[in-house]
Ligand binder design. Sequence first.
Ligand SMILES: [Zn+2]
Length: 70
Amino acid sequence: MQAKTNPACPNCGSMYKRFPPGREDQYHVFCEECNHDFGRFDALQADYEHVLSELESHLKALHPDETKKP
Ligand SMILES: [Zn+2]
């Protein structure tokens, strides 16, 4: 999963990051361009919560059939 969000990478200035495939706290978030390690996902999760929510909303919009269950 990729997303363009703050902060910019201190190494290459890219704002694209590679997020873990789920909300598992053992994963780190990496720069998409140079693989800079932004640290453990659980430490960043609060900051990226809104990004994840937006991505999930986007995915649900792309695949409405999978989320129709009550
Ligand atoms: Zn980078």
